[in-house]
Design a protein around this ligand. Structure first.
Ligand code: NAD
Length: 472
């Protein structure tokens, strides 16, 4: 890797600058939007076995133009300040794109979670939370974390427990973090949300006949081949939902331990079972092992879905990519120099700040649920069911024909929480894609979806800043 390559945060800002030229916004305002407002770098000790370890961790709040700020917490040995700043900035733009009324933030703890026991991870998570509370960097109206790479519902449950213990009696305390287990004030549909959003985003792009024709792609999801990098939360749900609901074919999967390939398709649910039993995706029946885990990225396919980490496609390998579309499920998987090459090659990139926004969208729904102290659907489900039931009975009476019990159940079902969450997510992903597409079509000189997405975000954020004015 060349030393001169832009850092992740510089890469995000390069894309920002490219889009900013189309907005006509004053430089001072752009500088204000671009800056990370608050960076909290911390070191705290944790006793691991008989040793004391000093843990390095971060929380970055990029923009407070809307409150609370919001963004996941990452556990990885590669966490550093630049990375957390880049991810926090992406959260600001992401929230604006999908009309989630939050500012952007991100957290990171520099550990390899696989090197610790569950008990030790709990200690680290609780201490990290205590540090955030101490500096007023967490709270339902201040800053609301969520899961990211290396964390999940388990860690979020420890965070909410620590917060509500230390802030006893705070009535909205459970809204201090999202992505919690459903039994701990979480919401149904959050775990799958990012992957489901990735599927909706790819489907929306492929549903546009006019665009597909221009790109020489047949419209629709059915039969489209996918190469998937990373089979964690985002990758596994993207794979399963694309297969089950879009009839897409996952021809290769790359994970930490290596990559597997089967042109006829790999059943992701079965592969996940195999990985659970054997600890690896390798030797999954019917697949062949590729020479290296990164070899998968260079396979011929319709859509390459990087769902692992940033900087996976750079100027080192961009020229060898054969996918027609890259769907950025991960944050920042393509470096700025890699992107320049891909765009010249005519590859269509669906940008991270739109495509993986399903997670924050459903986190927003979870936060709203926590503030309202009530499950979505509780008030209207039975009312809707009774109304539809009366309607079906009226139709039967008017026509003299009977509707079967199964059809009646289907037609009269009132929405459960998960139905409402999926519907809100689907609406968001469709709406936001069309806003981005509109800008991309309408603005002269805008050639890629990332620039168009950035322009949408910048217009919304700047109008907030202008309306707010500056304190004091
Ligand atoms: P995760 O920890 O659940 O899964 C990531 C997977 O990638 C792991 O299984 C890991 O082994 C694998 N991996 C790591 N390096 C790899 C490599 N070089 N090649 C192949 N596989 C590799 O993390 P996640 O929550 O699924 O997050 C993945 C990406 O999606 C991150 O960029 C994250 O910021 C982004 N994201 C996550 C969410 C969310 O809700 N979890 C939301 C938006 C964006």
């Amino acid at each position: 890797m060349s030393n001169k390559r832009a850092s992740f945060f510089e890469s995000v800002n390069k894309n920002f600058d490219k889009a900013a030229t189309f907005t006509g916004l004053p430089k001072g305002l752009l500088d204000q939007i671009k800056a990370c407002n608050a960076v909290y770098q911390m070191r705290f000790p944790v006793k691991v076995g008989n040793e004391y370890q000093v843990i390095e961790a971060y929380r970055v709040q990029h923009s407070q133009h809307r409150l609370p700020t919001k963004g996941g917490i990452r556990y990885s040995e590669h966490v550093n300040q630049d990375e957390v700043m880049a991810l926090a900035a992406l959260m600001t733009y992401k929230c604006a794109i999908v009309d989630v009324p939050f500012g952007g933030a991100k957290g990171g703890v520099r550990i390899n979670p696989k090197a610790y026991t569950v008990k030790q991870l709990e200690k680290i998570t609780r201490r990290y939370t205590a540090e955030l509370i101490r500096k007023n960097f967490i709270g339902p109206g201040i800053d609301v974390p969520a899961p990211d790479y290396g964390t999940g519902a388990r860690e979020m449950a420890w965070i909410v427990d620590t917060y509500t213990t230390m802030k006893h009696g705070e009535i909205d305390g459970v809204a201090c973090v999202t992505g919690k287990p459903v039994t701990q004030n979480g919401i149904r549909g959050r775990e799958e949300a990012t992957g489901r959003g990735v599927f909706y985003g790819m489907r929306e792009l492929l549903n546009n006949k006019e665009d597909c024709k221009k790109w020489g792609i047949t419209p629709g999801t059915a039969g489209k081949t996918i190469v998937l990098q990373g089979l964690g939360n985002v990758g596994s749900f993207t794979g399963k939902i694309s297969q089950n609901e879009g009839d897409m074919v996952i021809i290769a999967v790359s994970e930490f331990e290596g990559a597997i390939h089967n042109e006829k398709g790999i059943d992701i649910a079965e592969l996940l079972k195999h990985r659970k039993e054997t600890g690896s995706i390798l030797n999954f029946p019917g697949t062949k092992i590729l020479p290296s885990r990164d070899a998968a990225l260079e396979l011929e396919c319709d859509i390459l879905v990087p769902a692992a980490l940033e900087n996976q496609i750079t100027s080192d390998n961009a020229e060898r990519i054969k996918a027609k579309i890259i769907a950025e499920a991960a944050n920042g998987p393509i470096s700025a120099d890699g992107e320049a090459i891909l765009l010249k090659m005519g590859v269509i990139i669906i940008p991270d700040m739109y495509l993986n926004a399903g997670g924050v969208t459903v986190s927003y729904f979870e936060w709203l649920k926590n503030l309202s102290h009530m499950r979505f659907g509780r008030m209207e489900k039975r009312f809707d069911h009774n109304t539809y039931n009366n309607l079906v009975t009226t139709i039967e009476n008017m026509t003299g024909k009977k509707i079967g019990a199964q059809e009646r159940d289907f037609l009269t079902k009132g929405a459960e929480e998960v139905d409402l969450v999926r519907s809100g997510l689907e609406e968001t992903m469709i709406n936001s894609y069309n806003q981005i597409r509109e800008t991309w079509k309408r603005k002269k000189g805008v050639e890629d979806l990332r620039t168009a997405a950035f322009i949408c975000a910048l217009n919304k954020i700047s109008s907030d800043y202008m309306a707010m004015g500056i304190f004091p």
